[in-house]
Design a protein around this ligand. Structure first.
Ligand SMILES: *Cc1c(COP(=O)(O)O)cnc(C)c1O
Length: 369
């Protein structure tokens, strides 16, 4: 059997007719920038995300950077970011001129450890950026309380958490803004780069929208120095179709996660993802943990069986060369450091079949016997 880590072709084939027709229509209408598809996505995604406003932008990294810039975060400010994430979370902070302050993560959820945030707060701290990693929303009630207490802004990186809930609420409910990426492999993926900011704050909406479109208030009238970070109309057209399927796809991911957990629960060599009662993870990734001495061998063993896996992430952010100027030691963030050595992401996507999941599980079990 050959099992891809993410099989974008299967998903495309399942909705091919609708997609092909919509793209063809867009070409006929030469509606490439702005227009009705974009407006439709803005409204539909705001509604989906249960926020008042949505600002479609060019990608998920820009979404973070524009949201922070629009909130006035910049040079001299510090932003607290989990040490276990995709680099974009930290990169966006650096690119808006602020300083990244890493925080270690919780060993079971892999999300920012709330208990470790407060000691990092000082006069320069301007914001906290929880990242809802692997599809699981960080404990937002506690984080919001901390942010209120210290008058900090809260930007949620929800790029892996389309469709996730925490205490019944989606990303963006507790924070000043939440940002999404529609990179092709995400739970909701475009056919290229795309991203969005969602918020309930009207001033933030107006400012972010202006920044993303050259600071423009009317044609050739530019109020501030902005940038070009528009979502392509073609990507909006594709996302408008795919958004209708997102809930079904997320449910299927949750089913796959349950199946993996059921089938692997008795294996003493594997730490499974842990579900808390208030969690409704969107399972962007299904991440297990094994002994450091076994991780790479297990990955190779699965590869030999035709099963692709991933490591999210093999180098913790504080160990990246890009962040060596912060002069951290590996064990400054021991949990993130340990995760980088021990985690393994199994294939998970809506089109993955049950018999394939069983094959993955059997192959893992065979490795440990
Ligand atoms: C994918 C991702 C991003 C950035 O998305 P792009 O659209 O690739 O810029 C940011 N944060 C996290 C956690 C991500 O997984």
């Amino acid at each position: 059997m050959n099992i891809e880590f993410v099989d974008l072709k299967r998903q495309y084939l399942s909705i091919k007719k609708e997609i092909d027709e919509a793209i063809f229509d867009s070409l006929q209408n030469t509606a490439f920038i702005g227009g009705t598809a974009l407006k439709q996505f803005e409204d539909a995604f705001a509604q989906y995300a249960e926020c008042t406003y949505c600002i479609p932008v060019a990608n998920g990294t820009d979404a973070l950077e524009i949201a922070m810039t629009a909130l006035g975060i910049g040079a001299g400010d510090e932003v607290i970011v989990p040490a276990n994430s995709f680099v974009a979370s930290a990169e966006a902070v650096s690119n808006c001129g602020a300083t990244v302050v890493f925080c270690d993560v919780d060993p079971r959820s892999y999300n920012i450890d709330v208990a470790l945030i407060e000691p990092l707060i000082n006069q320069k701290t301007k914001a906290i950026m929880p990242v809802h990693l692997y599809g699981r929303i960080a404990p937002m009630q506690a984080i919001q309380q901390l942010a209120k207490q210290h008058q900090l802004l809260l930007i949620e990186d929800a790029s892996q958490a389309h469709g996730a809930r925490y205490g019944g609420k989606m990303s963006g409910h507790y924070g000043d803004a939440a940002t999404y990426s529609f990179y092709p492999g995400k739970n909701l993926g475009a056919y290229g780069d795309a991203g969005a900011i969602v918020t309930n704050n009207e001033a933030l909406y107006n400012q972010a929208k202006r920044i993303a479109n050259h600071g423009r208030i009317a044609k050739y009238n530019h109020e501030i120095i902005g940038r070009n970070s528009r979502m392509d109309a073609l990507q909006a057209t594709i996302l408008n179709i795919k958004l209708n399927y997102l809930d079904d796809w997320v449910e299927r991911r949750q089913h796959i996660a349950r199946l993996y957990s059921e089938l692997l629960q008795d294996n003493p060599h594997i730490q499974l993802p842990k579900d808390e009662p208030e969690d409704q993870s969107a399972y962007h990734l299904y991440v297990i943990q094994v002994a450091e001495s076994k991780r790479n061998a297990l990955k190779d063993h699965l590869k030999n069986k035709g099963i692709a896996t991933g490591i999210h992430y093999p180098i913790a952010l504080h160990q990246l060369k890009a962040y060596e100027h912060l002069q951290h030691q590996a064990d400054d963030f021991p949990i993130a450091q340990n995760a980088s050595k021990c985690v393994l992401s199994l294939p998970i996507y809506a089109e993955l079949r049950d018999d394939e999941i069983e094959f993955v599980v059997e192959s893992i079990k065979a490795f440990f016997t």
